[in-house]
Design a protein around this ligand. Structure first.
Ligand SMILES: Nc1ncnc2c1ncn2[C@@H]1O[C@H](COP(=O)(O)OP(=O)(O)OP(=O)(O)O)[C@@H](O)[C@H]1O
Ligand SMILES: [Mg+2]
Length: 313
């Protein structure tokens, strides 16, 4: 069943300039995207810096206003704050940010940080509250000691796990995770991702997982959307995207994943150069005359790619 359905979403930011501070143009941060996240599914949103990923994430949680389009939740459009309130949307949908230090209140101990949503949304108190906080900490591999410390007393990876525990506290249906591991070392990234995956499975929570790195989301996401210049260039299952990429931009992101096997490094480097060359020289094949991404075209039951009808592959 569909958990959330995004329909023709546009988020345009006005650019003001001149003496009168008039609107002279717009940044088309999100320029007509459609997607659907099913219950308990992990959906990946991938693209380079500035492609519009965070803007989508923020609009889905209600932190940013949609210019037009709809975000359907339980049959109603939640781009309207009143509807979000009516549906308890702010409880059902949580967000995890990249920077855990600034997203956790530095003056509060971890117990208070995790207890807050439980008190607000679930009316828990006393022993029940205490037990639930410890249980949530345990779920992300931390023990009771952690509850009585401040955020700065933890490593980045531990803090991000605390962020996960807090997000899960309200029993959400969807967690929007915006580059949740980008600030962490590679070894720690895997550990935090594993906790997220475990939580997703145990609680059946849907994820909108945002990253600039296709390597990071490989084990996380069932479905992926590759984003460039405010639009989707390619959408498909994990297999479609990793084993059968069609758009040059997707290929470029895949080529950017470091090759671990030393034997294949030279070959990988050559392939990356070739793709980079094609990306720079053959723009007209993959983008329209204004440099815009083409509309998506269906090429299999699950796979969509933004290429002109006759051209491309
Ligand atoms: N509040 C804002 N006002 C004006 N422009 C904005 C605003 N927020 C974002 N933008 C612009 O919208 C575009 C998309 O930004 P967004 O933060 O969604 O990108 P992103 O894909 O998340 O990038 P990154 O990987 O760097 O986080 C960028 O060109 C950005 O400069
Ligand atoms: Mg971002």
């Amino acid at each position: 069943m569909s958990l959330i359905e995004v329909k023709n979403l546009n988020v345009h930011y006005p650019i003001r300039s001149g003496f009168f501070n008039r609107i002279t143009d717009y940044v088309y941060a999100v320029d007509g995207v459609d997607f659907e996240i099913k219950e308990g599914e992990s959906y990946g949103l991938i693209g380079e810096s500035g492609s519009g990923k965070s803007t989508i994430g923020k609009t889905v949680v209600g932190l940013e206003k949609a210019t037009s389009g709809q975000i359907m939740y339980q049959g109603q459009d939640i781009t309207n704050a009143k509807t979000r309130h009516k549906l308890n949307y702010n409880q059902d949908v949580q967000m995890i940010f990249q920077d855990s230090l600034s997203s956790l209140n530095p003056r509060k101990k971890i117990f208070e940080i995790i207890a807050e949503p439980l008190q607000n949304f679930e009316n828990l108190e006393g022993k029940a509250l205490h037990d639930r906080v410890i249980e949530l900490l345990n779920t992300v591999g931390l023990d009771e000691d952690a509850a009585y410390k401040f955020p700065y007393q933890f490593s980045g990876g531990q803090r991000q796990r605390i962020g996960v525990a807090r997000a899960v506290a309200t029993n959400p249906k969807l967690i929007v995770a915006d580059e949740p591991v980008s600030a962490l070392d590679l070894s720690v990234q895997a550990q935090v991702l594993n906790y997220m995956k475990k939580i997703q499975r145990e609680y059946g929570i849907g994820f909108l997982f945002i990253s600039h790195d296709l390597g990071v989301v490989h084990h996380m996401c069932d479905h992926l959307a590759i984003m460039h210049r405010g639009r989707f260039v390619e959408v498909g299952t994990k297999e479609d995207i990793y084993n059968n990429p069609q758009h040059i931009y997707t290929k470029r992101l895949l080529a950017a994943i470091p090759e671990v096997d030393v034997k294949n490094r030279k070959q990988h480097r050559m392939k990356r150069r070739q793709i980079e060359k094609e990306f720079n020289e053959d723009q007209s094949k993959y983008y329209d005359k204004d440099g815009k991404v083409y509309p998506l075209r269906q090429i299999s039951e699950t796979h969509f790619v933004a290429l002109p009808e006759e051209g491309g592959q």
